[in-house]
Ligand binder design. Structure first.
Ligand SMILES: [Cu+2]
Length: 105
């Protein structure tokens, strides 16, 4: 297991309710939380809220899912994540400078 010098706040498990799961990601100088753990096979939604005004973070990209979406500033923007296969899926800003990941297990 990898050491996490920033404590457990960097990692969150999605909340499961009524057959689906959801987690929030705040976008402000990076992604908080930047590791989201999802249960395999349960439909998942990630809600991004971009507070950061920089154009750097206005796009979020999940290469493995062919997702590239614009995040409106100070608005919730929900992205559906495919949880059919276990694995680790990176996401990043449009310039590939800030990173986070989704862990499906
Ligand atoms: Cu960027």
């Amino acid at each position: 297991m990898k050491m996490n010098f920033f404590g457990s706040k960097d990692k969150v498990e999605a909340k499961v309710a009524n057959g689906s799961q959801q987690a929030n990601v705040s976008v402000d100088g990076g992604y908080k939380t930047n590791t989201i753990v999802l249960k395999q096979g349960v439909p998942a939604k990630l809600t991004f809220n971009r507070k950061d005004p920089s154009s750097c973070l206005e796009q979020v990209v999940f290469p493995e899912f062919q997702i590239k979406e614009f995040l409106p500033q100070n608005e919730d923007h929900t992205i559906d994540i495919d949880t059919s296969k276990a694995g680790e899926y990176q996401f990043a800003c449009g310039m590939d400078m800030f990173h986070g990941k989704v862990v499906v297990k």
